[in-house]
Design a protein around this ligand. Structure first.
Ligand code: NAD
Ligand code: DAU
Length: 357
């Protein structure tokens, strides 16, 4: 049984990947997560009792702790998702983004390189460091065109600049030291267990609470949406079959303006949980000041991933959004815990010592 390190495995995408790998592979996982405000072990309740899932509350900036984990667990690879991930937070306070996304990735690369250099030849050849990144490193598109693996980097927010820096470090560690790396750049994810500061869960929960739905600018910025479980499947596919040193773009082929997203959400809620006064949730839409430096449009050409590794998304935006809305309506406990910060207490109550790595 091979061991993999998953960093950021208590976050939105990391927890989806952990749930997928426990359900659909034989890997033993060491989930390395600092548990910031965005990390939530309650999102891992489905795998909490599985002996193949070990958890370590560790900061990826802590080199000594990483070294100890490498020598204790002898992993066959690392899938690196730990990051500060919210653009608005990066505008208000970029420091944590520089620290985790740049210094943390550097620290993890150095710990991985030290471990990898000491491996026997065959293990060394098989080792993979898979860096999970974003389409935001490519900047902002006009009315037409798509990002691909050959698009030049042009990050424009503190978040995307810190992710771009981490991408460059990962490539440098490949070219300079020979570390066998893979990188993926993905578009906007949505789905269950999404922290309610991002557009879709924020609008959904505000709508149910009777609060305003704050649309930045005119609501005409465009994102390419991918259901989170499709992203997790793509990560597994690239980790297992991707060519070393290569980058793969991942996208949902589902471009929508923010206004279209919010309107579709409101329609779904009008159907599944109609307002007591009979009005549509759309009446709660409110225009607010735009995000500074707001990227206009993102779109991904995922053709390389389709051609080389036969991946394409299973969910359309309509089916994925309907699943997402139903999930939030069916999980009021997760929602109330995440909003009250109570999940840290849940963690201490429910996460048994024996599963910590
Ligand atoms: P998230 O914010 O939900 O989760 C991030 C996780 O990283 C949390 O569990 C947090 O506790 C952990 N973490 C943060 N700092 C850490 C540190 N110093 N040490 C250890 N753990 C730390 O993020 P997400 O949306 O799941 O994104 C995961 C990754 O995917 C990120 O690298 C992000 O840039 C990338 N990505 C996200 C999207 C998206 O739409 N959400 C799209 C493309 C790429
Ligand atoms: O493209 C991939 C990126 O997608 C990831 O790398 C990031 O980690 C992830 O957070 C996401 O970034 P965005 O900035 O695109 O996502 P967010 O949900 O914050 O915003 C989506 C769009 O909705 C964006 O155009 C801003 C707008 N928005 C957002 C919020 C929170 C609003 O209009 N109102 C809001 O309240």
């Amino acid at each position: 049984m091979q061991t993999l390190f998953i960093t950021g495995g208590a976050g939105f995408i990391g927890s989806a990947l952990v749930r997928l790998l426990i359900a659909e592979s034989d890997y033993r996982l060491v989930n390395i997560d600092k548990l910031t405000y965005a990390g939530n072990l309650e999102s891992l309740a489905a795998v909490a009792d599985d002996p193949r899932h070990l958890f370590s509350r560790t900061d990826i900036c802590d080199r000594a702790a990483l070294d100890a984990l490498f020598s204790r667990h002898h992993p066959a690879g690392v899938i690196h998702l730990a990051a500060e991930s919210h653009v608005d937070r990066s505008i208000h306070g970029p420091g944590d983004f520089i620290q985790t996304n740049i210094v943390g990735t550097y620290t993890l690369l150095e710990a991985s390189r030290a471990y990898w250099s000491g491996l026997a030849e065959e293990e060394k050849r098989g080792f993979r460091f898979h860096h999970v990144s974003t389409d935001e490193v490519f900047g902002s598109l006009g009315e037409t065109g798509q990002f691909s693996e050959t698009t030049a980097y042009d990050p424009r927010s503190p978040y995307s600049a810190s992710k771009a820096a981490s991408d460059h470090l990962v490539r440098a560690w490949h070219h300079t030291y020979g570390l066998p790396v893979l990188a993926t750049n993905c578009s906007n994810n949505y789905g269950p267990y999404h922290f309610p500061e991002k557009l879709i869960p924020l609008m959904l929960l505000n709508a149910l609470d009777g609060k305003p739905l704050p649309i930045y600018g005119k609501g005409d910025n465009v994102r390419d949406w991918l259901y989170v479980e499709d992203h997790a499947r793509a990560l597994k596919r690239v980790f297992e079959g991707g060519r070393v040193g290569e980058t793969y773009c991942i996208g949902g082929n589902a471009e929508r303006t923010n206004m279209q997203v919010v309107d579709t959400l409101c329609e779904l809620l009008d159907r599944f949980r109609p307002r007591a006064d009979g009005q549509s949730y759309r009446t709660q839409k409110t225009f607010v000041a735009d995000r500074p430096g707001h990227d206009r449009r993102y779109a991904i050409d995922a053709g390389k991933l389709k051609t080389e590794l036969d991946w394409s998304p299973r969910e359309s935006f309509a089916s994925g959004l309907e699943k997402t809305v139903r999930w939030y309506l069916d999980h009021p406990d997760w929602v109330s815990h995440v909003r009250s910060g109570e999940y840290q207490t849940w963690l201490e109550r429910n996460y048994a010592e024996r599963r910590t790595a």
